[in-house]
Design a protein around this ligand. Structure first.
Ligand SMILES: [Zn+2]
Length: 144
């Protein structure tokens, strides 16, 4: 039987994506990963009971990076399923990188390294050459 423990109040519900009927909490973003970790897909009954107990006592949950990785894999956000950046996003990032600063491409790459690996790699593929072009351009401007 499916069971998921609410990360906010410790009540049980059947599906980890459902709204908690006890407190109305709905997991979003990283919270969905935590919600999955607190479900029967990841924990057995005993572990779920223990987690619910901790949450009810107000003890903080501190999932490790490895646990987050496992949740991401289970929820399908890895290289094979991440659709990456759209063409418009890539063109926008490239134009921005060349005309203003390559920093956003680097930020995207770092920011999405775990959650959106394909998008992050695409951003990196833009960031590296546009940084080189950017530096070369400014050296040319400064050094004349
Ligand atoms: Zn709740």
């Amino acid at each position: 039987m499916n069971r998921a423990v609410c990360a906010r109040c410790g009540a049980s519900r059947a599906e980890f994506r459902e709204v908690c009927s006890a407190c109305g909490y709905r997991a979003e973003g990283e919270g969905v990963l935590v919600a999955w970790l607190l479900s029967s897909a990841h924990f057995d009954e005993k572990q779920l009971d223990a987690a619910a107990e901790r949450i009810k006592k107000g003890e903080p949950l501190r999932p490790t990076d490895a646990m987050f990785d496992r949740a991401r894999k289970a929820l399908g956000e890895d290289l094979s399923t991440d659709q990456g950046l759209s063409t418009a996003q890539r063109v926008g990032l490239l134009v921005l990188s060349l005309l203003v600063t390559p920093l956003p491409a680097w930020l995207v790459a770092v920011w999405w390294w775990r959650a959106r690996p394909r998008a992050a790699m695409q951003a990196l593929a833009l960031a590296v050459p546009s940084s080189a072009a950017f530096v070369a351009f400014w050296l040319w401007v400064v050094l004349g």
